[in-house]
Design a protein around this ligand. Structure first.
Ligand SMILES: NC(=O)c1ccc[n+]([C@@H]2O[C@H](COP(=O)([O-])OP(=O)(O)OC[C@H]3O[C@@H](n4cnc5c(N)ncnc54)[C@H](O)[C@@H]3O)[C@@H](O)[C@H]2O)c1
Length: 376
């Protein structure tokens, strides 16, 4: 990976007949004002930000906007899956109205995926849509959540008390994405590792050489080394962008990005397991390999190889306790990717080759769960 210190990538959005610039580099927060000023006519801007990064990062973005002639408001929001809700979106509408946001005024979503999803959905729906700029502050946000235009919130599943992940949402493409790699230095190591799970997913789907690079550089993949990761992040943005470009509305190629996610969504919402999203994705990829082995399409070497890599990156390959198979299967059936209650799996066949399996049999799911959570 070359040591570029700044990359600007133009993401093609065929459905909107435009591109979206993705700026990646060190110190980019200080350039928010000039970058945003070139894109919008309004001179009011709100920054919806993770309350954990108000002083460390949001202030720098706000100052930059002010220096470029914007009147800027910072709206902090607690980043938790419970707060990723319609109530939080309603609170944001209220704050936007208080501030006098109009259709020419941008919303900057500054935080991890929870913030970009929630603030993005508020921007998608306020006054039928206001300009959105994503300013991701987590690795997962940079390589995944901030790219592609998916926004949304969780919604309680009737009668269960559990949260249905991302059940309410909209596709609202940002007008720009600004990534300052310096912000990653304050990211808790666990959150950084969660981003690496999505990077493994991208490499597994589309870039066998990247997978090899990650295998031989596990020690370099740390928040403290973030300034050296511009090219690494840019490549992952490119992989995600290529898939989004081919399928902006998720009718085909984009479903491949759900590799590991059908299992992940079913286990990450179980509080007793205490899993973060990226950890659930790592487990979900291992389970998807195991399902592929049972289906006869995946060689056993791939799972061993990925387990080694996940372990080297500090990600789990085994669940701390076994959830009830029936509950996991029911949750997988109600996943919004499920079709008429049948379970669709994305199966890794080999590095760079994945396959979609519709209507995966229940016993295959049970066997895959047995691999990531052996019965005692
Ligand atoms: N829209 C999409 O395409 C898409 C894709 C992948 C994931 N997601 C969503 O993203 C969410 C997960 O996002 P995430 O992993 O970025 O988690 P997150 O937003 O919860 O952030 C993780 C933790 O890091 C803290 N944090 C964030 N940036 C920080 C920084 N620079 N310094 C210190 N602390 C910081 C947060 O307060 C939080 O505690 C999930 O809700 C998932 O559904 C969306």
């Amino acid at each position: 990976m070359s040591g570029d210190d700044r990359v600007t990538f133009h993401l093609t959005l065929p459905a909107e007949a435009r591109t979206c610039a993705v700026h990646i580099g060190a110190g980019m927060l200080g350039e928010c004002g000039s970058l945003v000023g070139d894109l919008v006519s309004g001179r009011r801007a709100v920054i919806v930000c993770d309350s954990a990064v108000v002083e460390s990062h949001a202030r720098a973005a706000a100052e930059s906007l002010t220096q470029s002639g914007f009147e800027a408001a910072v709206i902090p929001m607690h980043a938790s899956e419970a707060q990723k809700s319609l109530q939080s979106v309603a609170d944001l509408y209220g704050a936007f109205l208080d501030f006098g946001l109009d259709r020419s005024s941008p919303v900057l979503a500054l935080g991890g995926g929870i913030i970009t999803d929630t603030a993005g959905f508020a921007a998608a729906t306020f006054m039928r849509g206001v300009p959105l700029i994503n300013v991701p502050t987590t690795l997962l946000g940079m390589v995944d959540a901030a790219i592609g235009g998916k926004t949304g919130v969780n919604f309680p599943l009737p009668g269960t008390g559990a949260l249905g992940k991302n059940l309410i949402g909209a596709v609202h493409q940002p007008i720009a994405v600004i990534m300052d790699v310096n912000v990653l230095t304050t990211l808790p190591p666990r959150a950084f590792r969660c981003g690496l799970a999505e990077c493994v997913k991208h490499a597994l789907i589309a870039d066998p050489e990247m997978l090899e690079w990650m295998e031989s550089h596990t020690d370099d993949l740390r928040p403290q080394r973030a300034a050296d990761l511009v090219s690494f992040i840019a490549r992952h943005v490119e992989i995600k962008s290529d898939v989004v470009k081919r399928d902006e509305r998720e009718n085909g190629a984009r479903m491949l990005l759900n590799l590991g996610h059908t299992f992940a969504h079913a286990i990450e919402t179980r509080p007793e397991l205490g899993l973060e999203h990226g950890e659930a994705v790592a487990l979900g990829i291992v389970a998807a390999c195991a399902a592929g082995e049972r289906l006869g399409v995946t060689g056993s070497g791939l799972r061993t190889r990925l387990c080694l890599l996940f372990t080297g990156l500090g990600l789990p390959t085994c669940l701390p306790s076994r959830p009830l198979d029936e509950e996991v299967i029911a949750s997988m059936r109600s996943d919004k990717k499920a079709r008429a209650g049948s379970i669709r799996l994305i199966i890794p066949v080999d590095a760079g080759i994945v396959q979609v399996v519709d209507d995966a049999p229940e016993e295959i799911i049970r066997d895959a769960l047995e691999v990531i959570a052996p019965s005692r």
